[in-house]
Design a protein around this ligand. Structure first.
Ligand SMILES: Cc1ncc(COP(=O)(O)O)c(C=O)c1O
Length: 375
């Protein structure tokens, strides 16, 4: 096998259903169809013919997605099975063996693994904790060369929740333009900003831009498995060729529901529910962090469904996560999954009572661990 194990996904898949409290989720508590849809819409779903539909996405669905971006129409969009398929197809469409890719780190590490599998070279530029997770753009400039085919951004960022300023976006564009590189921006968390002000997409800011989006995070609908790619028509056409080999098409029911979800009224209802949840849970999380004195160092996210923090305990992050899971049946994501020991990630898009019950178990575990480590 020629592809590295995607630790972050694999470790969650193995353990998330074995614990009482899973705090590794990276999105919001998901909706049911009944909560979301009207009687008429539910009936429409029941009566839909389960054909393939249109393999690059139903036209009204692509139109609804295109409306989220400046100067785009359905030809600029392809619907995929989750944002993860969009990432896979994007890499295969844009990259060839030997290319260099410079990627924002920390990040959802899927693209890093795909780049390695394709015989390309991944290089990192970092978000700096010492700068409230601002990107080190001097490092990006240094890492970019004439061999750089793609600069990979995650905005809003998984796991820090950092969002780029307009000036930072422009500087990234300038750096990409200096070598003719593409910008690939993972924007699956767009819409989950804590202040309710949606950040700009990279679409429309530079010619060589491809972005993803999807319903798994900001929209709390991961089970629909809907993601998409938005970019120049020719590139989207090329990406479609790869899609024919990966999954042919996203499901027709999911396509239909996506069209409804993205209509302004329903979209607003979903994003508002999630934002309220996030703001409330962040408040409890900050109180929880404070209750532990200087055990944690936490820079609150500006967007997204998670809290990423450093801890001051002499214990490796995977060991800490394993210990809490085995002894307390609460699961937190080890910083090791991001190559960052002494950090962990908590999902703060859960329902409040669930989150607080999980924190209580982490508290009990930490108390025992501190006594064990001191003794
Ligand atoms: C930044 C980022 N991109 C992509 C994905 C994949 O999401 P999907 O469930 O839409 O495939 C995730 C999932 O955690 C993610 O965090």
């Amino acid at each position: 096998m020629n592809i590295p194990i995607f630790e972050l996904e694999r470790v969650q898949s193995i353990y998330e259903n074995t614990v009482k409290y899973n705090l590794t989720e990276s999105g919001f508590h998901p909706f049911t169809l009944k909560e979301l849809l009207s009687e008429t819409q539910l009936e429409t779903i029941q009566n839909m013919v389960l054909g393939y539909g249109q393999t690059n996405g139903l036209i009204p669905t692509r139109q609804a997605i295109a409306a989220l971006y400046p100067n785009c129409n359905e030809d600029n969009v392809m619907v995929c099975n989750g944002t993860s398929e969009a990432n896979f197809i994007a890499c295969h469409t844009l990259l060839e063996k030997g290319d260099e890719v410079v990627m924002m780190v920390p990040n959802y590490m899927q693209i890093w693994g795909i780049v390695q599998e394709m015989g390309c070279t991944p290089k990192a530029f970092h978000l700096l904790e010492s700068d409230n997770w601002q990107p080190d753009l001097a490092e990006l400039k240094k890492q970019v060369t004439n061999k750089t085919k793609m600069i990979v951004i995650c905005n809003p960022n998984n796991p820090t929740g950092y969002t780029l300023s307009k000036e930072e976006m422009q500087e990234i564009i300038n750096i990409a333009d200096s070598v003719g590189a593409w910008i690939y921006s993972d924007e699956v968390y767009r819409g989950a900003e804590l202040d309710g002000v949606e950040i700009d997409s990279f679409v429309g800011l530079y010619d060589r831009v491809l972005v993803n989006g999807g319903l798994s995070k900001a929209y709390a609908l991961p089970g629909l498995r809907v993601g998409w790619l938005t970019g120049p028509k020719q590139l989207i056409d090329d990406a479609w060729s790869y899609h024919d080999y990966t999954s042919i098409t996203a499901g027709i029911l999911s396509n239909k529901i996506t069209e409804w979800v993205l209509q302004p009224e329903m979209r607003k209802r979903i994003l508002t529910r999630n934002r309220n949840m996030l703001n409330q849970n962040l408040k409890y999380t900050l109180e929880w962090v404070q209750s532990h004195g200087d055990l944690f160092h936490f820079i609150p996210p500006k967007a997204g469904g998670m809290a990423f923090m450093r801890y001051h305990l002499e214990m490796n992050s995977t060991e800490l996560s394993d210990w809490l899971r085995i002894n307390k049946s609460v699961f937190i994501l080890a910083g090791d999954c991001y190559g960052m020991d002494n950090y962990f990630r908590l999902g703060i898009g859960a329902e409040k009572d669930y989150l607080l019950a999980g924190y209580k178990l982490v508290d009990e575990g930490l108390q025992t661990l501190k006594e064990m480590i001191v003794a």
